[in-house]
Design a protein around this ligand. Sequence first.
Ligand code: MLT
Length: 410
Amino acid sequence: MARVNEHYLKLKAGYLFPEIGRRVKAFAAANPSAKVIRLGIGDVTRPLPPAVLSAFHDAVAELGNEKTFMGYGPEQGYDFLIDTVIRKSYGPLGVTLSPAEVFISDGSKCDTANILDIFALENRVAIGDPVYPVYNDTNVMIGRSGPADERGYYAGIVYLPCTEANGFFPAFPEEKVDIVYLCSPNNPTGAVATRGQLKGWVDYALANDAVILFDAAYEAFITEGGYPRSIYEVEGARKCAIEFRSFSKTAGFTGVRCALTVVPEGVTAKTPSGETVPLNRLWNRRQTTKFNGVSYPVQKAAAAVYSDEGWRQTKEIVDYYMGNARVIREGLTSAGLTVYGGVNAPYIWLKTPGGISSWDFFDKLLTECHVVGTPGSGFGPAGEGFFRLSAFGNRENVAEAVERIRKNLK
Ligand code: MLT
């Protein structure tokens, strides 16, 4: 008889965002006249920048012509996109990468999950709390943890609290870990790591032979100067860090799907017999075996993000979302809420009023204001008492949602 991967059965609840979707759908069905404003999942609402759309169209047309048609592309991505990313995205940061270090993919969610393929189960993994749920759940799925306790902590995973007291940036664990996930700008707290903070973790990783999985999906939303947009701006990171970046939120690609993962040649791990193996080689092997690359038109569209016109238009969209973030942050602060994030990240992380639980606040906002957010406890036990609002809505809806919440809290 076929047996299931029983590690899946350890997972406590359904994946966070479908669970929220289910509750919202039930509410909307029971209240058909309610105008529900969705600021829960961080899904974009602005259309693709025109220069990107035009490149997308052109590339689709090429596929309709026998002379320019193409089938399978390189699993790692087309050179034109890899070169563009290296030159236009990393170049200005003073980061030099070789083309073989960049892997184009269909999403950072998938890559942060799939990267686990190349690591032994015995590795000790540390994740933040609260955290983007994919890091936790995929480690459980692959069998790196025991069952969850009553608070929601899985045995065997090291949780690093990210609290008001530490500015939502994790301190080093007391026990040695082999892999640590960092996300900056942070989802869900909206905190952004300083150079010094990242340097601390790079030094930790180098001293402990650990690997940092650095999720930089929101780097385009850093508005203040001085914060690193890539971990490779920090000396030593090329020896210990894998970085994930995405076109999803930056350029409206949540449905289109394009991202990239950087695995520098200097990042290594050990075999049981102590041999050093470059992780780049393993990731390349993994991708060429399990992945057939991102479609040509999508990669053409992604490359157009970095054209002069494409970048100007993309920047306008990023500014628009950060304008939303300001509306939420200022509106809710003046309503007396304690609010974090929203300055260098498209997420606002607020303390639930009167200490009510995250899910109770979710229900209150949904039923009384018809506004959807994400309960902080869905990102981990330390998120209890917090609530996340996404800045990716359209401005009118965002302003209306803030007004409804303000009136409700009066
Ligand atoms: C979120 O809301 O946290 C994101 O949309 C999830 C994702 O990017 O997968």
